[in-house]
Design a protein around this ligand. Structure first.
Ligand SMILES: *Cc1c(COP(=O)(O)O)cnc(C)c1O
Length: 492
């Protein structure tokens, strides 16, 4: 399988999986996609049904990944998946259990049982293993630099902690995360994890990351990389749970299900689009946004209009508070038949005018009928109502992001099973849960006492030179040095 950019659109110069694994954007500013999607037959899916039942989620993941990765051997992929998806890390032998809500049409696909209680662990745990594999093969090392206001940072840190060839420098705005999120990140004390509290807001953190990346020489010298949501490997990891959920809810070939997805950056649902394009029998992809409804607006009007930071609302489903949805470029590339020039033109308009308008194109009219997308949005009160109702009627507790999708899913029920993807555990959003149900959410055993643990972070002014000095001090430029740390004086 070869990969190419959304903006070049042809297979010329296409690269292999391992070549693009450690990269973010393609050199032309586009996002990587496989030149074509592998196709699933009914027979293959039925074989996988047996694989999932008899050998488990990691074995299924290896089968799906094999279709996209031909430069890691199937045996090696299997070992990588088995390390990434263990019952210990995911607190459940099924990794992604699927449960039915009462006797109705709605199901919950539980993606949030990983180490940080958010669905990003599904991709990040695999990414950690893949990065380690590839860096070892190249005998190289990497400094992951990122800014986070919530789930991505902690998910990356839990996936990369303790890895010799990697160091994570994660910037957060001082005092702005929830107490639980702070405890989760700052509770880590691994030598390769550096939590940086920046005196400023999230945009200041992002500006610092941009400043470092703009210094090409520094970037190259210190092997600066990222784990953001445009990384292709994250998407491919997510395709696996669409297949697993489908297998758990259906009983035989060809049965249709729909998925409802709490959406921010369009990463999760983009994996659903890929699974559907591969032939997984998905009727609707129900895209649910909160008050930040860039994508709901796009699907209804054909106008993709990004928002400024000031126009981006802080809501009770904070991981969906986005002003633009990076991964949407991948869907646009598919919609326009991989016409790279067209994609470049449209996203050029986003850069210059803040929007593009495809309402008059024949492609726009196909988004529902051909690609299965429908959409809706929720407000705070809708999410509270959804949480309260599921709690009262079924004694099921969901988080505000999942509640958003439950709210929108109800508007699109059509007789087929509707799998709502649960993207976080309620414990992360205790205040909203209490507002909805009158009670605090239960704290899973593995998070008990976390808010009382010692904190490890470095305080920094919003100053790029200070940050560079920190990177230089903490980067793992020579993993071999780590190995020789036991010899006298080796740990200088
Ligand atoms: C990241 C996140 C989302 C949004 O997912 P995208 O892939 O960005 O669309 C939704 N819910 C939770 C809890 C998240 O952490």
């Amino acid at each position: 399988m070869r990969y190419t950019s959304t903006r070049s659109g042809s297979a010329t110069g296409a690269e292999s999986f391992c070549e693009i694994l450690l990269q973010g954007l393609a050199p032309d500013g586009g996002l990587y996609l496989p030149v074509s999607y592998p196709q699933l037959s009914s027979q293959m899916l039925e074989d996988w049904r047996a694989v999932l039942e008899q050998e488990g989620y990691a074995a299924l993941a290896a089968r799906v990944l094999e279709l996209f990765i031909d430069d890691i051997s199937p045996d090696e992929l299997r070992r990588i998946c088995e390390r990434a998806y263990t019952p210990e890390k995911f607190g459940d032998p099924q990794i992604v259990p699927v449960t039915r809500i009462g006797e109705g049409q709605m199901w919950l696909g539980h993606l949030s049982n990983g180490p940080t209680a958010a669905f990003k662990d599904m991709a990040m745990q695999l990414l950690g293993e893949l990065f380690e594999y590839e860096l070892t093969r190249r005998d190289s090392w990497l400094t992951i630099l990122g800014a986070t206001s919530g789930d991505t940072g902690s998910s990356a840190e839990y996936a990369l902690r303790g890895r010799d060839r990697l160091c994570v420098v994660m910037l957060t705005p001082a005092g702005r995360m929830t107490p639980f999120q702070q405890a989760q990140m700052f509770g880590l004390d691994d030598p390769n994890i550096v939590n940086v509290e920046v005196d400023g807001v999230f945009d200041d953190c992002q500006d610092l990351v941009k400043a470092i990346n703009a210094d090409a020489e520094f970037k190259q010298r210190w092997h600066i990389g990222a784990v953001n949501s445009i990384n292709w490997a994250r998407l491919v990891a997510q395709v696996v749970y669409y297949v697993a959920c489908w297998l758990r809810v259906t009983t035989g070939p060809g049965q249709q299900v729909s998925f409802a997805v709490p959406t921010g950056n369009f990463g999760n649902i983009c994996a659903g689009h890929i699974a559907r394009s591969m032939g997984l029998p998905i009727r609707h992809l129900v895209l649910a946004t909160n008050e930040n409804d860039v994508l709901d607006e796009f699907l209804h009007t054909g106008v993709y209009r990004v928002r400024s930071a000031a126009q981006t609302l802080a809501t009770s489903s904070p991981s969906m508070d986005i002003s633009k949805a990076s991964n949407v470029e991948r869907f646009i590339a598919d919609l326009f038949g991989r016409d790279g020039a067209r994609v470049r033109e449209l996203f050029g308009q986003v850069s210059t005018a803040g929007q593009f308008d495809i309402s008059k194109t024949s492609q726009f009219a196909q988004i529902g009928p051909e690609y299965g997308f429908v959409s809706g949005h929720s407000h705070h009160a809708d999410r509270l109502a959804a949480i309260g109702r599921l709690w009262r009627e079924h004694h099921i507790l969901i988080d505000p992001h999942t509640a958003d999708a439950v709210h929108v899913a109800r508007q699109h029920l059509d007789g087929e099973p509707m799998i709502v993807l649960e993207t976080a555990l309620p414990v992360k959003f205790a205040t909203t849960i209490q507002e909805a149900t009158g009670e605090l959410p239960p704290v899973p055993a593995r998070f008990a006492g976390i808010e009382g643990a010692a904190r490890h972070s470095v305080r920094l002014g919003a100053d790029a030179e200070e940050l560079k000095a920190l990177v230089v001090r903490r980067a793992r430029r020579q993993p071999a040095m780590h190995a020789s740390a036991t010899s006298p004086g080796g740990n200088s």
